[in-house]
Design a binder for this molecule. Structure first.
Ligand code: BG6
Length: 495
C-alpha cells in the first residue's frame, strides 16, 4: 500500500447536519432551518408565509414566491434544528473519533453562529468560544481540524433581505466572517476550505430542469443566476485565501467541489463531446478559476449558450489571480453517464442525475457504486492541476439495523470503503499527490439531500429517527472497528 506516512485519515461532517442547537448560544437561523425533512421519493421543502400571510412550501430548489418570507411553520418537522446535537455532544464525539485514530476531522463553522444575521460588525462571542473549545478538544487528541467556512448555510437574514449570493454585498460579509475564523482560530486550525461543493450551483441545473420541469428560458435564467452567484463566491473565496495566508502563512486553504465523474454512454463522437462539455460545466468551470486564478476559455461557449452577462470587473479578476488555492479537495460518491442514445433511467436521490450505468451497482438511494471512478477522477484531476488533492467526502448512505444486543453489522459499508481506499492507493502509485481522506458522515448526520436520519453514513450510530425521536445515544458500528484498523495500519489492513 502506498499511503504516505503523514496521510490525513479521518471523517467529515457539516455544522447544519450535526450541530443542532439551532437557536441556542446566540445563533441566528439559516436556510436549512426552514427546510423540512424529505425522503428518496419526496423532496425537502422550504416553508414560508406569503405576502397575504398564508403559509406555504416550495421544493428546496425552487424560488420563493414574490413577497413571501421564510418561516418556521407549525405542523412541519425541521431535522436540522436538532440534527444529532453535536453542539452538546462534541466531547463525546471527538473522543470516539480519537478512539478510531483520526488524524483529521473535517467540520464546518456555522456562519449564523458567528454572525447571527450576517451583517453584524462584531462576531457573537458565544459562537466563537464554542468553536474554540471544539478545536481545543480536537487538538487534545492531536486531531487536525479541517474547517469548511461555508457549508450550505448562509444566514437566513441574508437570504431574505439580500437575496443571498445574488448580491455582491455578500462578498464583504463573507470575507468578514472568514477573517474572523482565521483570526480567532489562528494556531488551532491550519486547514481550511472556503466553500463546500461550490460547483453545485451550476452542476445541478440539468437535473433541476427535469425535477422542476424548467423550459429552455427558465434554464437560461438559472444559468445566469448561477454563474453570477458563483462569480461573487469566487471573488469572496479568493479574498479569503489572501487574508488567510496573510494572517497565518502556514494555513493551507482549499477549494471543495462536488465531483461529477461523467462517462460517455457510447463511442458516438457526439456523446464524447457532450461528456467533455459536461465536465467543463460541472467540474472545470469552478476548479479552473479557483486553482488557476482565471476563467478558462471554454466559459465563452457556456455564457453564449445561456445568454449570460456577468457583473464582473478588473479588480475582481486581479483578486481571482491573487487568491488561488493551495489544495484541491472534493466529494466523491458516484459517477454518471452522458449520452443522447437512451432516455436513460435516471439516477435518484440527492443531487445526482444521469443515465444508468449497466456495469455498476446502485445504492438504496439510487447512487452508483464506482470505486474505479475515484481512481479515474484522482488521476484526471491531478493531471490537470498538479496541486495536492484531498478526498473530503466519500461514503455510503444506507439503512442500518440495530440488533437486540445493540450491535450494528454494517458489512455493506466496509465493502463500499475497501475498494475506494484501494482506488486511492492505486492513484497514489500512479503519481497522484493525495494528502488525506475524510469519509462523509463519520458519525450519522441529517442527510443534506433528503433530510433523513435513516440514510446513515456513520461509523458511529446515533439514536435519532426521522421524526426527531431518539435518545441521541452514540454506539459503534462494525465499520468503526474496521476503520480503526485501516488507520492504524496506514491503509495496509483492509480485511
Ligand atoms: C454532499 C454534501 O452533497 O453530499 C453533504 O457536501 C451531504 O452535505 C453529502 O450530506 C451526502 O449527501 P446526502 O444527500 O446523502 O446527505
Amino acid at each position: 500500500m502506498s499511503f504516505p506516512k503523514n496521510f490525513l485519515w479521518g471523517g467529515a461532517t457539516a455544522a447544519n447536519q450535526v450541530e443542532g442547537a439551532w437557536n441556542e448560544g446566540g445563533r441566528g437561523p439559516a436556510k436549512t432551518d426552514v427546510t423540512t425533512g424529505g425522503s428518496y421519493k419526496e423532496p425537502r421543502y422550504v416553508t414560508y408565509i406569503d405576502k397575504d400571510g398564508k403559509p406555504g412550501k416550495i421544493n428546496q430548489f425552487a424560488e420563493l414566491p414574490e413577497g413571501a418570507r421564510y418561516a418556521v411553520l407549525d405542523g412541519y418537522y425541521y431535522p436540522n434544528h436538532k440534527a444529532v446535537d453535536q453542539y452538546h455532544h462534541y466531547k463525546e464525539d471527538i473522543a470516539l473519533f480519537a478512539e478510531m485514530g483520526f488524524k483529521v476531522y473535517r467540520m464546518s463553522v456555522s456562519w449564523s453562529r458567528l454572525y447571527p444575521k450576517g451583517i453584524e460588525k462584531q462576531p457573537n462571542k458565544e459562537g466563537v468560544e464554542h468553536y474554540r473549545k471544539v478545536f481545543e478538544e480536537l487538538r487534545k487528541y492531536n486531531i487536525e481540524p479541517l474547517v469548511t467556512i461555508w457549508h450550505f448555510d448562509t444566514p437566513l437574514y441574508l437570504e431574505q433581505e439580500y437575496g443571498g449570493w445574488n448580491s455582491r454585498e455578500l462578498i464583504d460579509l463573507y470575507v468578514r466572517f472568514a477573517a474572523t475564523c482565521f483570526t480567532e482560530f489562528k494556531g488551532l486550525v491550519h486547514y481550511w476550505l472556503t466553500f463546500n461543493e461550490i460547483n453545485n450551483t451550476c452542476a445541478f441545473i440539468p437535473m433541476m430542469k427535469d425535477m422542476l420541469g424548467l423550459d429552455d428560458e427558465a434554464v437560461k435564467e438559472r444559468f445566469q443566476t448561477a454563474y453570477q452567484q458563483l462569480h461573487y463566491q469566487f471573488v469572496a473565496s479568493a479574498k479569503a485565501v489572501q487574508i488567510g495566508h496573510a494572517i497565518d502563512p502556514t494555513n493551507k486553504i482549499g477549494c471543495m467541489l462536488s465531483t461529477s465523474c461523467n462517462y460517455p454512454g457510447t463511442p458516438d463522437p457526439q456523446d464524447i463531446l457532450d461528456n467533455e462539455h459536461a465536465w467543463e460545466n460541472s467540474t472545470y468551470y469552478c476548479g479552473d478559476v479557483q486553482v488557476f486564478g482565471y476563467y478558462s476559455p471554454f466559459v465563452k461557449r457556456l455564457w453564449k449558450k445561456y445568454d449570460v452577462h456577468l457583473d464582473m470587473n478588473d479588480e475582481d479578476m486581479e483578486t481571482l489571480q491573487n487568491g488561488t488555492v493551495d489544495m484541491y479537495t472534493f466529494s466523491y460518491y458516484s459517477s454518471s453517464v452522458v449520452t443522447r442514445h437512451s432516455d436513460g433511467e435516471k439516477m435518484g436521490g440527492n443531487f445526482a442525475a444521469g443515465a444508468r450505468n449497466p456495469y455498476l451497482q446502485y445504492s438504496d438511494w439510487g447512487w452508483s457504486l464506482d470505486p474505479t471512478g475515484l481512481e479515474y477522477f484522482l488521476e484526471k484531476i491531478y493531471d490537470r492541476y498538479r496541486i495536492p488533492l484531498m478526498v473530503v467526502e466519500n461514503g455510503l448512505g444506507a439503512y442500518d439495523k440495530v440488533e437486540a444486543d445493540g450491535s450494528i453489522h454494517d458489512q455493506y459499508r466496509i465493502d463500499y470503503y475497501r475498494p475506494h481506499i484501494e482506488a486511492m492507493s492505486k492513484a497514489i502509485d500512479n503519481g497522484v499527490d493525495l494528502i488525506g481522506y475524510t469519509t462523509w458522515g463519520c458519525i450519522d448526520v441529517v442527510s443534506a439531500g433528503t433530510g433523513e436520519m435513516r440514510k446513515r453514513y456513520g461509523f458511529i450510530y446515533v439514536d435519532m429517527d426521522d421524526e426527531g425521536k431518539g435518545s441521541m445515544k452514540r454506539s459503534r458500528k462494525d465499520s468503526f472497528y474496521w476503520y480503526k484498523k485501516v488507520i492504524a495500519s496506514n491503509g495496509e489492513d483492509l480485511k
